[in-house]
Design a protein around this ligand. Sequence first.
Ligand code: LLP
Length: 413
Amino acid sequence: MARQLSNEQLIRAAKDFGTPLYVYHAEKIKEQYEKLTNAFSKSNVVFFYACKALTNISILSYIQSLGANIDCSSINEAKLALHAGFAPTQVLYTSNGIGFDEIEEAASLGVNINIDSLSNLEKFGKKYRHGYPVGIRLRPNIMAGGNLKISTGHDKSKFGIPVDQLDKILAVVRQYDLLITDLHIHTGSDIKDADVFVKGIEVLFDIIPYFKELKSVDLGGGFKIPYQPGDEEIDIGLLAKKVKQAFDNHPQAKDLQIWFEPGKFIVSECGYFVTQVNVMKETAATTFVSVNSGFNHLIRPMFYDSYHRIENISNPDGEEKKYSVVGNICETDTFAWDRKLNEVREGDYLVFHNAGAYGFEMSSNFNSRLKPAEVMVRGGKTFLIRKRDDFDSLLRNQVILLQVQHEPGKEPV
Ligand code: LLP
């Protein structure tokens, strides 16, 4: 098992590269990826890393070197994937709600495409007919996932073409003689129960017979990893067993390739977000610890009420006390309320665990604050993989329209 990064390694990185800092442990990514490939070694499975979780180019090329394929949710993710060294055939592009021009661009790159609306399926049919293999993203009408914001397969979700519109799908496929090679579903994120995937498979099995040129079925991502103490990872071994059983027993599915698109499972636990304590503030209700970051750098606690384990790596043996850990954003910006931490002092380094997935990736420049640097620890060495923003980053795309002295009572020219 890849050891966790030590407090000394994290403090060294913080001192060398400054804080706030995202630190990614390459060997942990490898361990997670190999857990998947080992568990599914008896099935015809291909893993597409869902890069919306973390798109740093060095992370992408590292994951490519492990043998994974890649799942992209925008044309720019697809371009980043190609830039990082993935071959077009390894890239899967599954977006939603996009204009047809983006799909045309994806086709010009030669990547695998899943389409998630009847409207775009029809446009695709008109332009490519049987000439470009394509997948269909279906909405299986299954409720799953850690919370509603990250549930995507239920019957009120915007994602995919509802399975109950199969007749309409088939009409378009017949009209344009479409070459449908993949059927796709994704029900949500933070899924612990292997049976959710079995339910998805059952929905797909009813539909597979209508598509004679299928090569794969894509069961999406969403494998749960532990965030809180006591949380458990999805049982990958059990999932692999159930998936294999289901496919082996189905005459029309047993020769299909099975695709998965894990994001969090591959990169969440590799990530450490290192911050430093600016201010301690005692109040009647709680003791606030204000760190030099905020939801502009790690939005998950405020956006999803997500739990991230926090550790005071500067004082690991300090007496445990309760604190509320907050950011420096000019809004309520709470990372954790009444959380037990080893005694915290100004200047201490606090680390947020499980910050690899949807951490840096969802960061912003809100309050005109700068995005953190990212580093990768590999083979015990630490490499800078993204420079910290500087003041110029805030100005880069701004166009200064008026540089005039405003005189009272006069309109600016
Ligand atoms: N495939 C599709 C089509 C997806 O929409 C997603 C995630 C994945 C794969 C990967 O799911 P994962 O294995 O990472 O759970 N920002 C949220 C998670 C949103 C996930 C969106 N789609 C969070 O931080 O919890």
